[in-house]
Every structure is written in structure tokens, then in C-alpha cells.
Write a new protein. Sequence first.
Lengths: 270, 295
Amino acid sequence: MITAAALCPSPPLLAREVTGRDPVVPELRQACAEAVGRLVRCEPDVIVVVGPAPVTARWPAGRRLDLSAFAPHAASADMPDGAGAPEVASAHHLASAASALASDQPRPPDGHPPLPLPLGLGARLLDQAGYAGPRLLEAVGYDEPAAGCVALGEQIAASGGRVGLLIMADGSARRGPRAPGYLDERAAAFDAAVEDAVRDGDLGALLGIDPVLAGELLAAGRPAWQVLAGAAPERPPGAEILYSDDPFGVAYLVAWIPGQGRRPGSDPRT
Amino acid sequence: MSGEVTGPGELRLGRRAFGPRQRLVMAIVNRTPDSFYDRGSTWDEAAAMDRVHQVVAENADIVDIGGVPAAPGSVVDVGEEIRRTVPFVAAVRSAHPDVVISVDTWRHEPARELCAAGADLINDTWGGWDQRLAEVAAEYGVGLVCSHAGGLPPRTRPHRVAYDDVVADVLSRTLAAASRAVRMGVDPARVLIDPAHDFGKNTWHSLEVTRRLGELVATGWPVLVSLSNKDFVGETLNAALGERVTGTLAATAVSAWLGARVFRAHQVRETRQVLDMVSAILGELPPARTVRGLA
């Protein structure tokens, strides 16, 4: 049962050390910390981090973010932790992910495939919030169809106990002439529809997102939103938007989606 | 280093030959209304020709003429690119028969027309997106710049680009392109490699490439760098577009020290002075005139 969900974007610049001497987006980091802090204070039995990646796969929970590929020579607070290639949990192995996984994962020189950025940033947010409980790192494939995302979400929700969700997802990167993806006139309406669905608690509407359009708009978060929709299709009104802006032409949305299953007497917002 | 170069490390461009210790200035002349730095200052043909006269007078070794900005924006199709650049290159060739002309294009159709009009070097900054450039260079006996853009399509910006080792990627792509060019018949003495700062790279990557430029130089291919007023300078110093000359010249000095040979620049005079100073410090160029303490 999904006890609550936090939604955060996953740009590399969410990591303080990659923006150089200027913090650049302290308010974005603060909003993410607020959302994740509330999630942690719900005291879930497990927190599942969900983020897009080349293939759908579960990553070892001990893995951490390595930013050296984005910012060589920058000081890094997190070093990759220990072992291993990602496992593909057969419970949600929906495409030919296993064989794809073996051949497609990039292999850095030390032999470890790099942890997908959204999962790494999510793991870091949990660490920074002081979370020491159980966690799962679930990558959902960029091309995972909606049905697959829904199934993954349902499995996460049904996995027993009180599950907290940390959804790492980005909107369009084509928000203006200076955006990384330049301007696509369709981006604003696309991102507004996602925000409305989240705010209004109508997560089922996220299932209607056209993956082709999302791809054209460089909205990498599409599969992660659809996992959210599969895990928690109907939320009571009260989703709170903590941040919604595109300072660099990429749509960042931070949201807190409370739900049933809080421990009696606790309010994670205090 | 591959194959049959006439003198050790000689770089041939047009009718000129440059030894390995000669550092060259490639002067930027944009035939665009909207390039990031000059913003149309040489869009007018007369203004552009004035700029050519000026940079030649400032001892630029190469004049680099381009008709399409690197940033995304209004489409410039092949026909428009040809219109902007080919008659102009012919006019420059006519006015300055011996100057080395390079053409900043990634497409083979304009490249062919530009070579026919007198260009000596195809300066492709988009990493060989159009593989037929090497054919054109071979056909016309001109040079080719083999650059690294990380696989990015032309006129796109890097978005969360990541490299396990950016310099390894630069080496791998540029060396493969250089070898291929020679196999296609381009004179190996007319091939350069260029890490293409900021193309498919963020500021960290561009700084790393600069820091490790020696690894590119060690390949033996002449290294071209295009640093001028770029965003990696702006982001390093928090400097707006018009305030990046000092940072550019610092990066120029470091790159020259590390062995780069061609420097694509907006500020020709200042760049020439930096290169001469570095060459003198390295002992590769005598100072201009020394009398003090020697009389």
C-alpha cells in the first residue's frame, strides 16, 4: 500500500557540487528536501525510488551516485558503493529486459555499470534526509509502455507493508529558445497537464500521456509518472506542488502526494 | 601518427607549410545575422570583407568563414548556406590570393562549392556528422578538421551529457575520423583534430579537455582549439558574453603551452600576442627585439 509519494526532478545540477561555486538552484534543492523529508517522516516500511533509465531493472539498494561522468574533477560527496550489476527482478520483468540488460548497460572502467542518474539522485535525497530504513531502487525503461509501467506500479504498491514512493521524473526539456532542447510550442501545455493531474489527485490522467509526444518533447519522466499512476491511481485531493519552474528550459516539478496509511497521530508536514 | 607526412609534424594548408612549433591564428568571420558572439556584425558583405582585410593585416594565418550558427535557431538550409558563403569566399580568394581560407561547415554540398570557390580547409565542428566531407576534401586536395561533438546532431545543445572519460572519447572519435580521412585520400599533412570545446560537452568536460590537451597533442596530429568567448569561459568566471576575452586568452595560453597549434579566435591581435609570448617562454620563438641589459 502506498502510504505517500514525493515527486522530484532529476537534473545533474540537483547535486550541489556540480554547479560550481554558485549554488544556482537552492530553492529547488530545498523543495526536494521538503518533499523527501515529509516522506521519511511518514515512517514507511520501505521507500521505493523510481526513475527512468535505459532498461527496466532493480538496482542494488546500496548503490550511490557517481557524478564524475557529468562533472569530471568536481568534488564528489558520494562515491559508488560496492558491488554488482543490476538484478532484474522477475516479478516485473516485462520486456526482454534481461538480455537487453546484459549487453546494453554501459561499463565504466572499474567494471561497475553506472547507477542511472535519477536513482542516484533519489538515493542521495534519502541519505540527505537521514533515512536509514529499507529502500529499493527501481529503474523503469525509457520505452516501457504504459501497461508495463502500471504493472510495475501495482507490484510496488502490493509488495506489502507501507510503501513510500520517491518518483524522480522530469518534464520537457524544450521549454524555450535557450532550453537544451530549444523551443517546442507543445511543451508548455504538456507540462501543465502533468502538473494539473498531480495537483488534482487525478493520477490516472498520467496514463493518457502519449509516449511518442513525451519523447519528442524530451520529457524523460513519462514512464516514472506512469509507475506512480499504476501504484496510486486515485489520490485524495491535497497533493501539494512545492516547486514548478523551468529556470533552464527544463520543466522541474516537485510535489508531495499524501495518502492513506499514516501512523495515527503523525503529520509528516510538521 | 599515421603515414606519409613530408616533414616531421608539418601542417600544410593551401600553399603554405607550417612547422610543428608554429602557432597559428584562425580568424573567425561569420556570415550570419545571429552567431552567438558577433551577432551579425559581419552579416553585411562589405563589413565582412572589411573584417577580412583587418584580420589579414593583423597577421591572421587563416580566415575561417561560416554561414550557420552553432546554436539552434532559424533553419539555414544548404541553399541559403551556399548563398551566404560561396560568393564571399570567392571574393576573399580574389582579394587575398595567398591567405589560407577555412570554411566552417558540416555539410558536403556547401563544402564542395566552397572548395571550388577557393577554400583550403574544411572546418567541421560537428564531428563528421556528414561523412562525405572527407570525400570532398580528398577530391579537392584540401584539409579537414576532425572534431569531437560526442555524437550530437548539428545545432543541438548538450543535455545531461556524460562520459566515463571525455578525453578518451575525444581521442577515440577524432583519431578514427582522421584515419578514415586519410584512407579516403585526404593528405595526412592537411588533417587536424579538434576537441571542439562545449560541443556535446558541459563546462566541466571542456575544462577537463583543456587540462588534458597534452594527450591530444601526443597523438602527433596538429590540434586546433576553438575557445573564443565560449560558454565554458563564461561559466568558469561568471562572465557575460562581452567579458570573456581575458578568460579566453588564459585558456589560449594554457592550450598553447600544452602544444595546440591552431587557435580559432575573434580577437586576432590579442591571440597572436598570447601565442608569441608562450612560444618565447617555451624557447620556440625568439623575442621580437632585445636590447635592455645587452647594450
